[in-house]
Design a protein around this ligand. Sequence first.
Ligand SMILES: Cc1ncc(C[n+]2csc(CCOP(=O)(O)OP(=O)(O)O)c2C)c(N)n1
Ligand SMILES: [Mg+2]
Length: 583
Amino acid sequence: MDTTNANTALASAFVEELARCGMRRAVISPGSRSTPLAVALLRDPKIEVTVIVDERSAAFFALGAAQATRTPVAILCTSGTAAANFLPALCEADHSAVPLLALTADRPPELRGIGAGQAIDQLKLFGSSVRWFCEVGTHDADDDGLLHYRTTACRAYAMARGDARPGPVHLNLPWREPLAPTPVEDAISATDPLALEGRGTDRPLTAVTPYDEEPSKFLIEEVAKHIGEAIAGVIVAGRQLDPELREPLAHLAREAGFPILAEPTSQLRCGPHDRSHVITAYDLLLRDEHFANGVVPDLVLRFGEMPTSKPLRAWIEGSGADQIVVDPLGDWNEPTRRAAALLRADPTELAAAWAARLGEERPAPERWLAAETAASATIEAELEAESGPTEPGLQIALGAAHADGDLVYTASSMPIRDQEAFLPATGADALFLSNRGANGIDGLISSGIGAALASGRPTTIVSGDLGLLHDLGGLAALRDVDTPVRIVVVNNDGGGIFRFLPQEPALPADEFEVLLGTPRGVDVQKAAGLFDLPHHLVDSLSELPDALSAGTGLIEVPVDRRSNVDLHRRLAERVGAVIADLH
Ligand SMILES: Cc1ncc(C[n+]2csc(CCOP(=O)(O)OP(=O)(O)O)c2C)c(N)n1
Ligand SMILES: [Mg+2]
Protein backbone atom coordinates (compact mmCIF):
# COMPACT_ATOMS: atom_id res chain seq x y z
CA MET A 1 0.00 0.00 0.00
CA ASP A 2 1.25 3.47 -0.91
CA THR A 3 1.13 5.56 2.25
CA THR A 4 2.13 8.89 0.67
CA ASN A 5 -1.30 10.36 1.41
CA ALA A 6 -4.87 9.18 2.06
CA ASN A 7 -5.76 9.03 -1.66
CA THR A 8 -2.68 7.01 -2.61
CA ALA A 9 -3.42 4.62 0.26
CA LEU A 10 -7.07 4.08 -0.68
CA ALA A 11 -6.33 3.81 -4.39
CA SER A 12 -3.42 1.42 -3.97
CA ALA A 13 -5.33 -0.77 -1.49
CA PHE A 14 -8.16 -0.92 -4.01
CA VAL A 15 -5.87 -1.85 -6.90
CA GLU A 16 -3.99 -4.34 -4.73
CA GLU A 17 -7.25 -6.22 -4.14
CA LEU A 18 -8.15 -6.18 -7.84
CA ALA A 19 -4.76 -7.68 -8.63
CA ARG A 20 -5.13 -10.29 -5.89
CA CYS A 21 -8.53 -11.21 -7.31
CA GLY A 22 -6.82 -11.91 -10.64
CA MET A 23 -7.08 -8.70 -12.65
CA ARG A 24 -4.11 -8.32 -14.97
CA ARG A 25 -4.99 -5.49 -17.34
CA ALA A 26 -6.20 -1.89 -17.22
CA VAL A 27 -6.81 0.75 -19.85
CA ILE A 28 -6.39 4.34 -18.72
CA SER A 29 -7.45 7.57 -20.40
CA PRO A 30 -5.59 10.63 -19.18
CA GLY A 31 -7.08 13.14 -16.73
CA SER A 32 -6.40 14.85 -13.42
CA ARG A 33 -9.18 13.63 -11.11
CA SER A 34 -8.31 10.01 -11.85
CA THR A 35 -4.64 10.43 -10.87
CA PRO A 36 -4.76 8.47 -7.58
CA LEU A 37 -6.09 5.38 -9.36
CA ALA A 38 -4.04 5.87 -12.51
CA VAL A 39 -0.82 5.93 -10.49
CA ALA A 40 -1.89 2.93 -8.42
CA LEU A 41 -2.70 0.91 -11.53
CA LEU A 42 0.51 1.91 -13.30
CA ARG A 43 2.66 1.03 -10.30
CA ASP A 44 1.12 -2.35 -9.60
CA PRO A 45 3.55 -4.95 -10.98
CA LYS A 46 0.78 -7.46 -11.64
CA ILE A 47 -1.23 -5.15 -13.89
CA GLU A 48 -0.37 -4.23 -17.45
CA VAL A 49 -1.53 -0.73 -18.34
CA THR A 50 -2.36 0.68 -21.76
CA VAL A 51 -3.05 4.41 -22.14
CA ILE A 52 -5.57 5.50 -24.79
CA VAL A 53 -6.63 9.13 -25.03
CA ASP A 54 -10.17 8.67 -26.35
CA GLU A 55 -12.33 7.06 -23.66
CA ARG A 56 -14.69 5.54 -26.22
CA SER A 57 -11.79 3.76 -27.94
CA ALA A 58 -10.25 2.85 -24.58
CA ALA A 59 -13.43 1.09 -23.49
CA PHE A 60 -13.75 -0.82 -26.77
CA PHE A 61 -10.07 -1.75 -26.58
CA ALA A 62 -10.67 -3.14 -23.09
CA LEU A 63 -13.77 -4.94 -24.31
CA GLY A 64 -11.67 -6.79 -26.88
CA ALA A 65 -9.00 -7.60 -24.32
CA ALA A 66 -11.54 -8.88 -21.80
CA GLN A 67 -13.32 -10.93 -24.40
CA ALA A 68 -10.10 -12.53 -25.58
CA THR A 69 -8.89 -13.40 -22.07
CA ARG A 70 -12.32 -13.92 -20.44
CA THR A 71 -10.94 -12.00 -17.48
CA PRO A 72 -12.18 -8.66 -16.12
CA VAL A 73 -10.35 -5.62 -17.47
CA ALA A 74 -10.52 -2.19 -15.79
CA ILE A 75 -11.09 1.04 -17.65
CA LEU A 76 -10.33 4.30 -15.89
CA CYS A 77 -11.24 7.83 -16.87
CA THR A 78 -11.56 11.28 -15.38
CA SER A 79 -14.84 13.02 -14.56
CA GLY A 80 -17.33 14.62 -16.96
CA THR A 81 -18.01 13.66 -20.56
CA ALA A 82 -14.98 11.35 -20.39
CA ALA A 83 -17.16 8.95 -18.41
CA ALA A 84 -20.08 9.26 -20.84
CA ASN A 85 -17.83 7.95 -23.61
CA PHE A 86 -17.68 4.55 -21.92
CA LEU A 87 -21.33 3.87 -22.67
CA PRO A 88 -21.20 2.25 -26.13
CA ALA A 89 -18.61 -0.33 -25.05
CA LEU A 90 -20.49 -1.01 -21.82
CA CYS A 91 -23.70 -1.62 -23.80
CA GLU A 92 -21.83 -4.14 -25.91
CA ALA A 93 -20.22 -5.72 -22.83
CA ASP A 94 -23.66 -6.06 -21.26
CA HIS A 95 -25.18 -7.77 -24.27
CA SER A 96 -22.21 -9.98 -25.04
CA ALA A 97 -21.43 -10.83 -21.37
CA VAL A 98 -17.90 -9.42 -21.23
CA PRO A 99 -16.47 -8.54 -17.79
CA LEU A 100 -15.42 -4.88 -17.59
CA LEU A 101 -14.82 -2.68 -14.56
CA ALA A 102 -15.63 0.91 -15.43
CA LEU A 103 -13.87 3.18 -12.93
CA THR A 104 -14.97 6.78 -13.30
CA ALA A 105 -13.21 9.37 -11.20
CA ASP A 106 -15.50 12.11 -9.94
CA ARG A 107 -15.53 15.34 -8.04
CA PRO A 108 -16.57 15.00 -4.40
CA PRO A 109 -20.19 15.90 -3.58
CA GLU A 110 -19.37 19.48 -2.50
CA LEU A 111 -18.02 20.24 -5.99
CA ARG A 112 -20.97 18.86 -7.91
CA GLY A 113 -23.73 20.94 -9.48
CA ILE A 114 -22.23 24.34 -8.58
CA GLY A 115 -20.57 25.21 -11.88
CA ALA A 116 -17.19 23.92 -10.74
CA GLY A 117 -16.59 22.50 -14.20
CA GLN A 118 -16.12 19.02 -15.61
CA ALA A 119 -18.79 17.66 -13.29
CA ILE A 120 -21.78 15.89 -14.77
CA ASP A 121 -24.17 13.61 -12.90
CA GLN A 122 -22.25 10.32 -12.96
CA LEU A 123 -24.48 8.43 -10.57
CA LYS A 124 -25.93 5.40 -12.35
CA LEU A 125 -24.70 7.01 -15.55
CA PHE A 126 -24.82 3.73 -17.46
CA GLY A 127 -28.29 2.77 -16.28
CA SER A 128 -29.28 -0.85 -16.68
CA SER A 129 -26.28 -1.63 -18.87
CA VAL A 130 -24.17 -2.48 -15.83
CA ARG A 131 -24.56 -5.41 -13.44
CA TRP A 132 -23.70 -3.29 -10.44
CA PHE A 133 -23.21 0.39 -9.69
CA CYS A 134 -21.45 1.69 -6.62
CA GLU A 135 -20.78 5.24 -5.54
CA VAL A 136 -17.65 4.37 -3.63
CA GLY A 137 -17.66 7.62 -1.64
CA THR A 138 -15.02 9.79 -0.02
CA HIS A 139 -13.13 8.28 2.86
CA ASP A 140 -10.21 8.77 5.17
CA ALA A 141 -7.44 6.20 5.13
CA ASP A 142 -8.68 4.72 8.39
CA ASP A 143 -9.71 1.12 9.10
CA ASP A 144 -13.25 1.60 7.81
CA GLY A 145 -12.18 3.49 4.69
CA LEU A 146 -9.50 1.02 3.67
CA LEU A 147 -11.63 -2.04 4.37
CA HIS A 148 -14.40 -0.46 2.32
CA TYR A 149 -12.10 0.13 -0.68
CA ARG A 150 -10.66 -3.38 -0.41
CA THR A 151 -14.00 -5.09 -0.10
CA THR A 152 -15.55 -2.99 -2.88
CA ALA A 153 -12.74 -4.06 -5.21
CA CYS A 154 -13.34 -7.75 -4.39
CA ARG A 155 -17.05 -7.35 -4.89
CA ALA A 156 -16.73 -5.45 -8.18
CA TYR A 157 -14.40 -8.10 -9.54
CA ALA A 158 -16.80 -10.89 -8.55
CA MET A 159 -19.77 -9.01 -10.02
CA ALA A 160 -17.97 -8.44 -13.34
CA ARG A 161 -16.85 -12.04 -13.48
CA GLY A 162 -20.48 -12.92 -13.09
CA ASP A 163 -22.71 -15.39 -11.37
CA ALA A 164 -23.26 -16.84 -13.84
CA ARG A 165 -23.26 -14.19 -16.56
CA PRO A 166 -20.20 -11.89 -16.77
CA GLY A 167 -20.67 -8.22 -17.63
CA PRO A 168 -19.75 -4.64 -16.88
CA VAL A 169 -19.85 -2.97 -13.46
CA HIS A 170 -19.50 0.74 -12.70
CA LEU A 171 -17.69 2.23 -9.74
CA ASN A 172 -17.82 5.99 -9.35
CA LEU A 173 -14.85 7.18 -7.28
CA PRO A 174 -14.77 10.77 -6.04
CA TRP A 175 -11.42 12.18 -4.93
CA ARG A 176 -10.54 15.27 -2.97
CA GLU A 177 -7.23 17.14 -3.21
CA PRO A 178 -4.39 16.32 -3.34
CA LEU A 179 -4.81 14.38 -6.54
CA ALA A 180 -1.06 13.99 -7.02
CA PRO A 181 0.98 11.65 -4.83
CA THR A 182 2.26 14.49 -2.67
CA PRO A 183 3.26 13.45 0.83
CA VAL A 184 0.86 14.34 3.64
CA GLU A 185 1.95 13.65 7.19
CA ASP A 186 -0.21 11.41 9.37
CA ALA A 187 -2.67 10.83 6.55
CA ILE A 188 -3.04 7.16 7.37
CA SER A 189 -4.83 6.53 10.63
CA ALA A 190 -5.70 2.85 10.06
CA THR A 191 -4.18 0.36 12.49
CA ASP A 192 -5.94 -2.92 11.63
CA PRO A 193 -3.54 -5.14 9.64
CA LEU A 194 -6.46 -6.38 7.55
CA ALA A 195 -7.22 -2.79 6.49
CA LEU A 196 -3.57 -1.92 5.93
CA GLU A 197 -2.38 -5.03 4.15
CA GLY A 198 -5.40 -7.09 3.30
CA ARG A 199 -4.83 -10.81 3.53
CA GLY A 200 -1.27 -10.98 2.26
CA THR A 201 0.30 -11.10 -1.13
CA ASP A 202 -1.77 -13.54 -3.13
CA ARG A 203 -5.13 -13.75 -1.42
CA PRO A 204 -7.82 -11.13 -1.83
CA LEU A 205 -9.49 -9.83 1.31
CA THR A 206 -12.58 -11.83 0.36
CA ALA A 207 -12.32 -14.64 -2.17
CA VAL A 208 -15.55 -15.43 -4.00
CA THR A 209 -16.04 -18.86 -5.50
CA PRO A 210 -17.95 -19.02 -8.80
CA TYR A 211 -21.45 -20.44 -8.41
CA ASP A 212 -21.44 -24.18 -8.43
CA GLU A 213 -24.51 -26.24 -7.67
CA GLU A 214 -22.36 -29.30 -7.12
CA PRO A 215 -19.67 -27.98 -4.80
CA SER A 216 -16.22 -28.80 -6.12
CA LYS A 217 -14.06 -31.43 -4.50
CA PHE A 218 -11.49 -28.78 -3.72
CA LEU A 219 -14.03 -26.64 -1.90
CA ILE A 220 -15.31 -29.56 0.11
CA GLU A 221 -11.92 -30.87 1.08
CA GLU A 222 -10.21 -27.56 1.81
CA VAL A 223 -12.98 -26.29 4.06
CA ALA A 224 -13.53 -29.69 5.72
CA LYS A 225 -9.85 -29.68 6.61
CA HIS A 226 -10.20 -26.19 8.03
CA ILE A 227 -13.23 -27.29 10.07
CA GLY A 228 -11.34 -30.33 11.32
CA GLU A 229 -8.44 -28.17 12.49
CA ALA A 230 -10.53 -25.48 14.16
CA ILE A 231 -10.37 -25.47 17.93
CA ALA A 232 -13.24 -23.08 18.60
CA GLY A 233 -15.41 -23.06 15.51
CA VAL A 234 -19.02 -21.90 15.43
CA ILE A 235 -21.84 -22.13 12.95
CA VAL A 236 -23.94 -19.00 12.61
CA ALA A 237 -27.31 -19.53 10.95
CA GLY A 238 -29.22 -16.46 9.81
CA ARG A 239 -32.35 -15.90 7.77
CA GLN A 240 -32.84 -18.48 5.03
CA LEU A 241 -36.00 -20.22 3.98
CA ASP A 242 -35.12 -23.82 3.26
CA PRO A 243 -36.06 -26.29 6.04
CA GLU A 244 -34.00 -28.92 4.19
CA LEU A 245 -30.87 -27.27 5.57
CA ARG A 246 -31.76 -28.36 9.12
CA GLU A 247 -30.65 -31.97 9.06
CA PRO A 248 -27.30 -31.59 7.28
CA LEU A 249 -26.36 -28.54 9.34
CA ALA A 250 -27.28 -30.27 12.60
CA HIS A 251 -25.19 -33.22 11.45
CA LEU A 252 -22.26 -30.97 10.58
CA ALA A 253 -22.45 -29.29 14.00
CA ARG A 254 -22.37 -32.66 15.72
CA GLU A 255 -19.45 -33.96 13.69
CA ALA A 256 -17.47 -30.74 14.08
CA GLY A 257 -18.37 -30.16 17.73
CA PHE A 258 -19.53 -26.62 16.84
CA PRO A 259 -22.52 -24.82 18.36
CA ILE A 260 -25.16 -23.49 15.96
CA LEU A 261 -26.04 -19.93 16.85
CA ALA A 262 -29.46 -20.06 15.24
CA GLU A 263 -31.58 -17.03 14.46
CA PRO A 264 -35.25 -18.21 14.28
CA THR A 265 -35.66 -17.24 10.61
CA SER A 266 -32.78 -19.60 9.76
CA GLN A 267 -35.40 -22.34 10.39
CA LEU A 268 -32.70 -24.03 12.50
CA ARG A 269 -33.90 -22.95 15.92
CA CYS A 270 -37.22 -24.77 15.84
CA GLY A 271 -38.10 -27.98 14.10
CA PRO A 272 -38.00 -31.73 14.42
CA HIS A 273 -34.25 -31.97 13.66
CA ASP A 274 -31.49 -32.65 16.18
CA ARG A 275 -31.27 -29.41 18.16
CA SER A 276 -28.62 -30.64 20.60
CA HIS A 277 -26.07 -28.06 19.38
CA VAL A 278 -28.52 -25.19 18.86
CA ILE A 279 -27.84 -22.06 20.89
CA THR A 280 -30.69 -19.58 21.26
CA ALA A 281 -29.40 -17.23 23.97
CA TYR A 282 -26.29 -16.02 22.14
CA ASP A 283 -27.47 -12.41 22.12
CA LEU A 284 -27.58 -12.24 25.92
CA LEU A 285 -24.58 -14.54 26.41
CA LEU A 286 -22.35 -12.44 24.18
CA ARG A 287 -23.33 -9.28 26.02
CA ASP A 288 -21.28 -10.72 28.85
CA GLU A 289 -17.70 -9.74 28.11
CA HIS A 290 -16.18 -12.52 30.14
CA PHE A 291 -18.18 -15.18 28.35
CA ALA A 292 -17.63 -13.58 24.92
CA ASN A 293 -13.87 -13.48 25.49
CA GLY A 294 -13.85 -17.07 26.66
CA VAL A 295 -15.41 -18.42 23.48
CA VAL A 296 -13.63 -16.33 20.82
CA PRO A 297 -13.95 -18.39 17.65
CA ASP A 298 -11.13 -19.26 15.27
CA LEU A 299 -13.57 -20.24 12.53
CA VAL A 300 -17.04 -18.92 11.76
CA LEU A 301 -19.14 -20.81 9.24
CA ARG A 302 -22.04 -18.62 8.30
CA PHE A 303 -25.21 -19.80 6.56
CA GLY A 304 -28.02 -17.44 5.57
CA GLU A 305 -28.01 -13.73 6.31
CA MET A 306 -26.09 -12.13 9.12
CA PRO A 307 -28.35 -12.24 12.20
CA THR A 308 -29.53 -8.94 13.68
CA SER A 309 -27.96 -9.33 17.12
CA LYS A 310 -25.45 -6.51 17.67
CA PRO A 311 -23.33 -8.36 20.24
CA LEU A 312 -23.06 -11.29 17.83
CA ARG A 313 -21.92 -9.04 14.98
CA ALA A 314 -19.39 -7.26 17.17
CA TRP A 315 -18.07 -10.57 18.50
CA ILE A 316 -17.56 -11.97 15.00
CA GLU A 317 -15.97 -8.73 13.79
CA GLY A 318 -13.60 -8.48 16.71
CA SER A 319 -12.62 -12.15 16.80
CA GLY A 320 -10.20 -12.11 13.86
CA ALA A 321 -11.63 -15.56 13.03
CA ASP A 322 -11.61 -16.86 9.52
CA GLN A 323 -15.15 -16.30 8.40
CA ILE A 324 -16.54 -18.46 5.62
CA VAL A 325 -19.89 -17.35 4.30
CA VAL A 326 -22.11 -19.67 2.29
CA ASP A 327 -23.95 -17.24 0.05
CA PRO A 328 -25.65 -19.07 -2.80
CA LEU A 329 -27.82 -16.14 -3.92
CA GLY A 330 -24.93 -14.18 -5.38
CA ASP A 331 -25.40 -11.34 -2.94
CA TRP A 332 -22.76 -9.66 -0.82
CA ASN A 333 -24.11 -10.88 2.46
CA GLU A 334 -21.16 -9.72 4.53
CA PRO A 335 -21.62 -6.63 6.70
CA THR A 336 -18.40 -7.20 8.66
CA ARG A 337 -16.32 -6.78 5.45
CA ARG A 338 -13.89 -9.31 6.88
CA ALA A 339 -14.96 -12.65 5.46
CA ALA A 340 -12.16 -14.72 4.01
CA ALA A 341 -14.47 -16.37 1.49
CA LEU A 342 -17.95 -16.18 0.05
CA LEU A 343 -18.95 -19.57 -1.27
CA ARG A 344 -21.50 -19.63 -4.06
CA ALA A 345 -22.81 -23.14 -3.63
CA ASP A 346 -25.85 -25.02 -2.41
CA PRO A 347 -25.74 -24.80 1.43
CA THR A 348 -27.44 -28.15 1.94
CA GLU A 349 -24.97 -29.93 -0.33
CA LEU A 350 -22.02 -28.20 1.29
CA ALA A 351 -23.10 -28.93 4.86
CA ALA A 352 -23.76 -32.58 4.02
CA ALA A 353 -20.46 -32.95 2.18
CA TRP A 354 -18.43 -31.33 4.98
CA ALA A 355 -20.15 -33.45 7.62
CA ALA A 356 -19.40 -36.61 5.63
CA ARG A 357 -15.71 -35.69 5.28
CA LEU A 358 -15.11 -35.04 8.96
CA GLY A 359 -15.04 -38.60 10.18
CA GLU A 360 -15.05 -38.93 13.92
CA GLU A 361 -17.64 -37.02 15.94
CA ARG A 362 -15.96 -34.34 18.05
CA PRO A 363 -16.87 -33.50 21.64
CA ALA A 364 -19.89 -31.23 22.04
CA PRO A 365 -19.22 -27.53 22.75
CA GLU A 366 -19.87 -27.89 26.46
CA ARG A 367 -19.14 -24.33 27.43
CA TRP A 368 -21.77 -23.04 25.02
CA LEU A 369 -24.28 -25.72 25.90
CA ALA A 370 -23.96 -25.23 29.65
CA ALA A 371 -24.34 -21.48 29.22
CA GLU A 372 -27.38 -21.99 26.99
CA THR A 373 -29.11 -24.17 29.57
CA ALA A 374 -28.34 -21.77 32.40
CA ALA A 375 -29.34 -18.68 30.40
CA SER A 376 -32.64 -20.15 29.20
CA ALA A 377 -33.63 -21.22 32.71
CA THR A 378 -32.68 -17.82 34.13
CA ILE A 379 -34.59 -15.88 31.49
CA GLU A 380 -37.68 -18.00 31.99
CA ALA A 381 -37.58 -17.70 35.77
CA GLU A 382 -37.07 -13.93 35.65
CA LEU A 383 -39.94 -13.46 33.24
CA GLU A 384 -42.29 -15.67 35.17
CA ALA A 385 -41.84 -13.33 38.11
CA GLU A 386 -43.17 -10.39 36.05
CA SER A 387 -46.74 -9.49 36.84
CA GLY A 388 -48.06 -8.44 33.42
CA PRO A 389 -47.08 -9.29 29.86
CA THR A 390 -43.62 -8.23 28.67
CA GLU A 391 -42.12 -8.18 25.19
CA PRO A 392 -39.48 -10.85 25.96
CA GLY A 393 -42.09 -12.90 27.84
CA LEU A 394 -44.39 -12.79 24.84
CA GLN A 395 -41.78 -14.58 22.72
CA ILE A 396 -41.51 -17.37 25.26
CA ALA A 397 -45.30 -17.70 25.38
CA LEU A 398 -45.47 -17.70 21.58
CA GLY A 399 -42.70 -20.30 21.45
CA ALA A 400 -44.83 -22.63 23.55
CA ALA A 401 -47.78 -22.07 21.22
CA HIS A 402 -46.12 -22.39 17.78
CA ALA A 403 -47.20 -25.70 16.30
CA ASP A 404 -46.18 -27.94 13.41
CA GLY A 405 -47.17 -26.39 10.10
CA ASP A 406 -47.52 -22.85 11.51
CA LEU A 407 -46.16 -19.85 9.71
CA VAL A 408 -44.81 -17.02 11.86
CA TYR A 409 -44.30 -13.61 10.28
CA THR A 410 -42.50 -11.18 12.56
CA ALA A 411 -42.15 -7.38 12.47
CA SER A 412 -38.77 -5.78 11.86
CA SER A 413 -38.92 -3.57 14.97
CA MET A 414 -38.62 -5.01 18.49
CA PRO A 415 -40.50 -8.25 17.76
CA ILE A 416 -37.78 -9.65 15.44
CA ARG A 417 -35.09 -8.72 17.97
CA ASP A 418 -37.00 -10.23 20.88
CA GLN A 419 -37.71 -13.30 18.83
CA GLU A 420 -33.98 -13.64 18.19
CA ALA A 421 -33.06 -13.07 21.82
CA PHE A 422 -35.82 -15.00 23.60
CA LEU A 423 -37.66 -17.52 21.43
CA PRO A 424 -36.87 -20.96 22.87
CA ALA A 425 -35.78 -23.81 20.61
CA THR A 426 -38.74 -26.14 20.24
CA GLY A 427 -39.69 -29.08 18.09
CA ALA A 428 -42.39 -27.10 16.30
CA ASP A 429 -41.97 -27.53 12.57
CA ALA A 430 -42.93 -23.93 11.86
CA LEU A 431 -41.75 -21.60 9.12
CA PHE A 432 -40.35 -18.27 10.33
CA LEU A 433 -40.53 -15.35 7.91
CA SER A 434 -39.81 -11.62 8.11
CA ASN A 435 -39.21 -8.61 5.90
CA ARG A 436 -35.57 -8.20 6.89
CA GLY A 437 -34.16 -7.31 3.47
CA ALA A 438 -34.95 -3.63 3.79
CA ASN A 439 -36.27 -3.69 7.39
CA GLY A 440 -39.34 -1.58 6.73
CA ILE A 441 -42.18 -1.55 9.23
CA ASP A 442 -44.59 -1.02 6.35
CA GLY A 443 -46.53 -3.88 4.81
CA LEU A 444 -46.09 -6.50 7.51
CA ILE A 445 -49.82 -7.19 7.84
CA SER A 446 -50.19 -7.57 4.07
CA SER A 447 -47.06 -9.75 3.75
CA GLY A 448 -48.23 -12.01 6.56
CA ILE A 449 -51.69 -12.41 5.08
CA GLY A 450 -50.21 -13.03 1.63
CA ALA A 451 -47.96 -15.72 3.09
CA ALA A 452 -50.94 -17.29 4.87
CA LEU A 453 -53.02 -17.39 1.70
CA ALA A 454 -50.25 -18.71 -0.52
CA SER A 455 -49.03 -21.37 1.93
CA GLY A 456 -52.37 -22.40 3.38
CA ARG A 457 -50.68 -22.49 6.79
CA PRO A 458 -52.16 -21.31 10.07
CA THR A 459 -50.34 -18.04 10.56
CA THR A 460 -49.23 -15.84 13.42
CA ILE A 461 -48.24 -12.29 12.54
CA VAL A 462 -46.35 -10.45 15.28
CA SER A 463 -46.63 -6.70 14.73
CA GLY A 464 -45.82 -3.50 16.58
CA ASP A 465 -48.64 -1.00 17.15
CA LEU A 466 -47.15 1.49 14.67
CA GLY A 467 -46.60 -1.36 12.23
CA LEU A 468 -50.31 -2.16 12.47
CA LEU A 469 -51.21 1.50 11.92
CA HIS A 470 -48.92 1.63 8.88
CA ASP A 471 -50.65 -1.25 7.14
CA LEU A 472 -54.13 -1.09 8.62
CA GLY A 473 -55.69 -1.30 5.18
CA GLY A 474 -53.86 -4.59 4.66
CA LEU A 475 -56.35 -6.24 7.06
CA ALA A 476 -58.93 -6.13 4.27
CA ALA A 477 -57.14 -9.03 2.56
CA LEU A 478 -58.13 -11.37 5.42
CA ARG A 479 -61.50 -11.89 3.76
CA ASP A 480 -59.78 -14.09 1.13
CA VAL A 481 -57.97 -16.36 3.61
CA ASP A 482 -59.44 -19.57 5.02
CA THR A 483 -56.68 -20.58 7.43
CA PRO A 484 -56.45 -18.88 10.84
CA VAL A 485 -54.43 -15.67 10.83
CA ARG A 486 -53.68 -14.48 14.36
CA ILE A 487 -52.35 -10.95 14.41
CA VAL A 488 -50.54 -10.35 17.65
CA VAL A 489 -50.14 -6.61 18.21
CA VAL A 490 -47.44 -5.77 20.71
CA ASN A 491 -48.98 -2.54 21.92
CA ASN A 492 -46.39 -0.38 23.62
CA ASP A 493 -47.98 2.78 22.23
CA GLY A 494 -45.18 3.96 19.98
CA GLY A 495 -41.78 3.01 18.63
CA GLY A 496 -40.39 0.94 21.49
CA ILE A 497 -37.24 0.10 19.58
CA PHE A 498 -36.02 3.68 19.71
CA ARG A 499 -35.62 3.61 23.47
CA PHE A 500 -32.65 1.28 22.94
CA LEU A 501 -30.82 3.86 20.81
CA PRO A 502 -28.34 6.54 21.93
CA GLN A 503 -30.91 9.15 20.89
CA GLU A 504 -32.94 8.29 23.99
CA PRO A 505 -30.44 9.53 26.59
CA ALA A 506 -29.14 12.27 24.27
CA LEU A 507 -32.45 14.01 23.59
CA PRO A 508 -34.69 15.82 26.10
CA ALA A 509 -37.63 13.52 26.93
CA ASP A 510 -40.24 15.71 25.20
CA GLU A 511 -38.24 15.93 21.97
CA PHE A 512 -37.60 12.19 22.07
CA GLU A 513 -41.30 11.45 22.43
CA VAL A 514 -42.32 13.85 19.66
CA LEU A 515 -39.76 12.61 17.14
CA LEU A 516 -39.19 8.94 17.98
CA GLY A 517 -41.49 7.67 20.72
CA THR A 518 -44.48 8.81 18.63
CA PRO A 519 -47.33 7.42 20.76
CA ARG A 520 -50.43 7.28 18.58
CA GLY A 521 -52.89 5.70 20.97
CA VAL A 522 -53.89 3.13 18.37
CA ASP A 523 -57.19 1.60 19.46
CA VAL A 524 -56.64 -1.99 18.41
CA GLN A 525 -60.19 -3.00 19.29
CA LYS A 526 -61.63 -0.35 17.00
CA ALA A 527 -59.17 -1.33 14.28
CA ALA A 528 -60.51 -4.89 14.56
CA GLY A 529 -64.06 -3.57 14.48
CA LEU A 530 -63.37 -1.74 11.25
CA PHE A 531 -62.86 -5.10 9.55
CA ASP A 532 -65.34 -7.02 11.65
CA LEU A 533 -62.59 -9.06 13.29
CA PRO A 534 -62.54 -10.51 16.79
CA HIS A 535 -60.31 -8.67 19.25
CA HIS A 536 -58.65 -10.31 22.25
CA LEU A 537 -56.97 -8.30 24.94
CA VAL A 538 -54.27 -10.37 26.61
CA ASP A 539 -53.68 -8.93 30.08
CA SER A 540 -51.76 -11.96 31.18
CA LEU A 541 -49.65 -14.17 28.94
CA SER A 542 -51.47 -17.19 30.34
CA GLU A 543 -54.44 -16.03 28.23
CA LEU A 544 -52.41 -16.13 25.02
CA PRO A 545 -52.98 -19.81 24.07
CA ASP A 546 -56.76 -19.38 24.16
CA ALA A 547 -56.59 -16.20 22.13
CA LEU A 548 -54.42 -17.92 19.54
CA SER A 549 -56.64 -20.93 19.26
CA ALA A 550 -59.69 -18.72 18.70
CA GLY A 551 -58.56 -18.33 15.08
CA THR A 552 -58.36 -15.24 12.92
CA GLY A 553 -58.38 -12.00 14.86
CA LEU A 554 -56.35 -9.27 16.48
CA ILE A 555 -54.66 -10.20 19.72
CA GLU A 556 -53.58 -7.12 21.61
CA VAL A 557 -50.78 -7.50 24.13
CA PRO A 558 -50.39 -4.27 26.14
CA VAL A 559 -46.79 -3.68 27.28
CA ASP A 560 -44.75 -0.76 28.52
CA ARG A 561 -41.95 0.47 26.29
CA ARG A 562 -40.40 2.50 29.11
CA SER A 563 -39.78 -0.38 31.48
CA ASN A 564 -38.88 -2.66 28.58
CA VAL A 565 -35.34 -1.31 28.27
CA ASP A 566 -34.68 -1.90 31.96
CA LEU A 567 -36.10 -5.38 31.71
CA HIS A 568 -33.74 -6.21 28.82
CA ARG A 569 -30.79 -4.89 30.82
CA ARG A 570 -31.81 -6.80 33.91
CA LEU A 571 -32.14 -10.04 31.96
CA ALA A 572 -28.68 -9.56 30.46
CA GLU A 573 -27.22 -8.89 33.91
CA ARG A 574 -28.93 -11.91 35.44
CA VAL A 575 -27.69 -14.13 32.64
CA GLY A 576 -24.19 -12.70 33.05
CA ALA A 577 -24.25 -13.44 36.80
CA VAL A 578 -25.51 -16.98 36.34
CA ILE A 579 -22.98 -17.94 33.68
CA ALA A 580 -20.16 -16.41 35.72
CA ASP A 581 -20.86 -19.15 38.28
CA LEU A 582 -20.27 -21.77 35.60
CA HIS A 583 -16.62 -20.85 34.99
C1 LIG B 1 -41.50 2.26 6.35
C2 LIG B 1 -40.66 2.55 7.56
N1 LIG B 1 -40.77 3.75 8.15
C3 LIG B 1 -40.03 4.04 9.22
C4 LIG B 1 -39.17 3.10 9.74
C5 LIG B 1 -38.33 3.44 10.96
N2 LIG B 1 -38.82 2.67 12.12
C6 LIG B 1 -38.20 1.56 12.54
S1 LIG B 1 -38.91 0.89 13.87
C7 LIG B 1 -40.09 2.09 13.94
C8 LIG B 1 -41.11 2.12 15.03
C9 LIG B 1 -41.93 0.90 15.01
O1 LIG B 1 -42.92 0.95 16.01
P1 LIG B 1 -43.79 -0.32 16.29
O2 LIG B 1 -44.28 -0.90 15.03
O3 LIG B 1 -44.81 0.05 17.30
O4 LIG B 1 -42.75 -1.38 16.89
P2 LIG B 1 -41.87 -1.28 18.23
O5 LIG B 1 -40.65 -0.48 17.94
O6 LIG B 1 -42.69 -0.66 19.29
O7 LIG B 1 -41.50 -2.69 18.50
C10 LIG B 1 -39.92 3.00 12.89
C11 LIG B 1 -40.79 4.17 12.67
C12 LIG B 1 -39.07 1.86 9.07
N3 LIG B 1 -38.27 0.89 9.48
N4 LIG B 1 -39.84 1.61 8.01
MG1 LIG C 1 -44.71 -0.11 19.29
